[in-house]
Ligand binder design. Structure first.
Ligand SMILES: [Zn+2]
Ligand SMILES: [Zn+2]
Length: 107
């Protein structure tokens, strides 16, 4: 990797990084809170299945959308879509504070 010099979606110089993956985005394509990062979604899909039932994962920089929370757009969107939304089977948030979310695999 030579270090990203371009937005993931266009050729403009990036102003932000996803925070969790290598995606970088220009001002126009910057992720709003709650908008998913495809690369982070893939990361979750690829790796979350290796956690055994009862096992836990800790997601850092994942609370940008919480009152008083901190975080970055990519990880925050993964938590919002995969762990907070009603009907997200198999995972339960067991603790969270500041910028960190701990989730347990329930099934
Ligand atoms: Zn762009
Ligand atoms: Zn990402």
């Amino acid at each position: 990797m030579g270090g990203a010099r371009r937005c993931t979606d266009c050729l403009t110089a990036p102003v932000m990084k996803c925070g969790r993956c290598t995606a970088t985005r220009c001002a126009r394509h910057a992720l709003d809170v709650g908008v998913r990062c495809d690369s982070c979604e893939r990361d979750w899909q690829d790796w979350s299945r290796f956690v055994a039932p009862g096992g836990r994962v800790v997601l850092h920089d994942a609370r940008a959308d919480r009152p008083g929370g901190r975080g970055l757009p990519g990880p925050t969107a993964v938590v919002a879509r995969r762990l907070r939304e009603p009907g997200t089977a198999g995972w339960e948030i067991v603790a969270e504070a500041d910028r960190t979310v701990a989730a347990q695999r329930t099934a």
